[in-house]
Design a protein around this ligand. Structure first.
Ligand code: FPP
Length: 258
């Protein structure tokens, strides 16, 4: 890819409403950013609101951040919407989250009209309601020919679950003599992850003050950079994102080399 000065200048011009003290190099953006959308419950509690109100505000923050990422030229974002462990939450909260996901997927066509965004869902969707499974298929179909930002929504997703799923598939292929044990390597494992064909995340952002990965993209985050902040996800905005990218651009990534 050549350096397209005109395109980049245009992009920076378009950012005039999001002026920032963070000087970014728009030619060296992280290609793939993962977001752990944490802190919705605490955001709501602070306002004396139910947790579901926090998740609703979180879904709004996601809409804003997706659009902003697309605008500045981020190619892929992966967001943690519902983990394999989130089923342990009170039934009322699980229901509210599933309702929001269903609404988001249902609105995707109208909401994303003209936005050129590709939506994919990662995780084990087979245990979700028939309605949501249909909406996932439909949303993926509707957006598959778009050429802009790829939004991966992790639903009923767990990093360990994903690795187990990959190992089982590979074991079956070995059993059927389609591959040899010696063929199992990094690349083959990656090809059996939900994220097959997608670059590993360059940067993983977790707001809310927690400093952990919580089973998010375990395989893919081997060499990701991390950015944590004491902001609740519903308050996460473009300025925070620019700060995270600015920090990211100051780091030296060695991938185990020197
Ligand atoms: C973690 O915050 C957040 C979640 C478990 C759900 C994230 C979901 C959304 C942002 C909205 C739905 C997504 C889409 C794609 C429409 P928490 O509830 O654990 O917060 P807390 O730690 O403050 O309690």
């Amino acid at each position: 890819m050549g350096f397209n000065f005109k395109k980049i200048t245009e992009k920076i011009k378009n950012l005039k409403n999001t002026k920032s003290e963070h000087e970014l190099d728009y030619t060296a953006l992280p290609e793939h950013i993962g977001f752990i959308m944490d802190g919705n419950g605490r955001w709501a509690a602070r306002r004396g609101l139910p947790r579901s109100a926090g998740h609703k505000a979180g879904a709004e923050a996601l809409r804003r951040i997706t659009e902003f990422c697309d605008k500045i030229g981020i190619k892929i974002i992966t967001v943690y919407a519902f983990s394999t462990e989130n089923w342990k939450r009170p039934q009322k909260e699980v229901k509210a989250l599933m309702g929001l996901l269903s609404q988001y997927l249902g609105d995707a066509e109208r909401e994303l009209a003209g936005k050129n965004i590709v939506i994919k869902v990662i995780g084990d969707i087979t245990t979700l309601s028939q309605k949501i499974q249909q909406q996932v298929i439909e949303t993926e179909r509707l957006t598959q020919n778009n050429t802009g930002l790829l939004l991966n929504i992790a639903i009923n997703y767990g990093g360990r679950d994903e690795i187990i799923h990959a190992v089982k598939q590979i074991a079956k292929e070995v059993q059927a003599d389609r591959i040899a044990v010696e063929d199992i390597d990094d690349q083959l494992m990656s090809q059996h992850m939900y994220t097959r064909g997608i670059k590993d995340p360059d940067l993983i952002i977790r707001p809310s003050g927690e400093l952990r990965l919580s089973n998010f993209l375990l395989w893919q985050s081997a060499y990701s950079e991390f950015w944590f902040a004491k902001i609740y996800w519903p308050d996460f905005n473009s300025q925070h994102l620019l700060a995270a990218i600015s920090d990211y651009q100051k780091r030296t990534r060695r991938f185990g080399g020197i």
